[in-house]
Design a binder for this molecule. Structure first.
Ligand code: GRF
Length: 213
């Protein structure tokens, strides 16, 4: 982690479900391993269990449901309006299951993590256990996770970093999910956000260049 006296990177975290990724980020920040401040958690449904982690950490919460809006555009505008109000630098999707229309001022500022090595097993409808079922059905020998910039298509933006885990013949979707989450995602997401905090991530077309230390 950077030893400079820089202010922590202000971020918003977007969730839809259990919030395991949110919990992990909160823990890494507490442990001093991630120079970020979660200024806001936005959930796509009031039923998102992950809201409990935001509450426990006294992080402001907003529930913004797609069904309250006429179009993806008006829904997305509302999401980003709150991010702007909280002056966040990056919007971090952590198990967020809604497609957002990204306004120009947020291009290159929205990040997602996907539980496979993109471009394998990704795209619309590929989330949760479905990803691991497909990986096992195909018979791949490695899987992992991908942290990437978000554009207006599912799992399509420039790759920031990827982490690989082995796939064993005895794996079930659940065991592979656990290995990808705990051994890859829990490490890769904080690592990628820390790189952003240290301003070491640069976009060059669809390629991401990381400054070596
Ligand atoms: C992770 O597998 C991540 O790759 C995907 O959503 C999952 C986390 O969701 N984008 P949650 O934190 O358990 O709700």
């Amino acid at each position: 982690m950077s030893t400079s006296a820089k202010k922590p990177l202000p971020i918003a975290v977007l969730i839809s479900g259990t919030g395991r990724s949110l919990k992990n980020l909160i823990e890494k920040i507490r442990a001093g391993e991630l120079d970020a401040e979660i200024r806001l958690v936005i959930a796509s449904t009031a039923r998102a269990h992950g809201l409990q982690y935001a509450e426990m950490a006294n992080i402001p919460i907003k529930v913004i449901e797609r069904s309250s809006f006429e179009s993806d555009e008006t829904f997305s505008r509302e999401v980003f309006k709150h991010c702007t109000e909280m002056k966040v630098r990056y919007v971090i999707m952590a198990g967020y299951l809604r497609l957002l229309t990204i306004p120009e001022e947020y291009e290159g500022r929205v990040i997602n993590i996907h539980p496979s090595l993109i471009p394998a097993f990704c795209g619309k409808g590929m989330y949760g256990h479905r990803v691991h079922e497909e990986a096992l059905r195909y018979g791949v020998k490695v899987s992992g996770c991908t942290v990437h910039f978000v554009n207006n298509h599912y799992d399509d933006g420039p790759v920031i970093l990827q982490k690989v885990v082995p796939v064993f013949s005895s794996d079930t979707p659940q065991t592979l999910n656990d290995r990808v989450f705990y051994d890859a995602e829990c490490v890769a997401y904080p690592e990628a956000i820390q790189l952003l905090a240290e301003e070491r991530v640069h976009l060059n077309g669809r390629k991401v260049i990381i400054d070596e230390q």
